[in-house]
Unconditional design. Structure first.
Length: 148
């Protein structure tokens, strides 16, 4: 590989939004996954469960939009949560529409997960620093709004 290619590849590694956001997301997700292992959940599943709880019986398409997920990935996560008895999928008013509902067991797991989430969330915030965290969070929200 010549010097020009190395410089280009180094620049991508240092500055590419996709590369760096996904790398950081994978590492943070691994930390949350490790913490939630005792509950038998992955961080992505907890995010879906939390969204179902807060949006209150959302249709699949609205839930996918809220989470920024494609419907196929969301459906796979919902199937796992359904098998665990944490959610139920019901027909909506329109038979083509499906509504997602959290079960009492799902609410219990969510309540058990919150202290674990808070601990890891605090670790992440402290690793970055409060001021940088606030700026990063603001930037992430802006990016999500622009690309929605």
């Amino acid at each position: 590989m010549n010097a020009e290619h190395k410089q280009r590849d180094n620049e991508v590694g240092r500055t590419c939004a996709c590369f760096n956001l996904r790398r950081a997301a994978r590492l943070v997700t691994q930390r949350f996954d490790e913490a939630f292992r005792e509950l038998g959940l992955r961080a992505t599943q907890l995010s879906v469960l939390t969204a179902v709880y807060h949006v209150s019986n959302p249709p699949l398409s609205k839930l996918a939009g809220t989470l920024g997920m494609d419907r196929t990935s969301l459906t796979r996560n919902l199937q796992v949560l359904q098998r665990k008895g944490l959610i139920v999928v019901k027909e909506g008013d329109d038979k083509r529409q499906r509504r997602i509902c959290i079960t009492p067991e799902g609410e219990r797991v969510l309540a058990s997960a919150f202290p674990i989430w808070r601990k890891v969330q605090t670790e992440v915030e402290e690793a970055i620093g409060a001021e940088k965290w606030d700026g990063l969070l603001t930037g992430l929200h802006e990016v999500a709004r622009k690309f929605r």
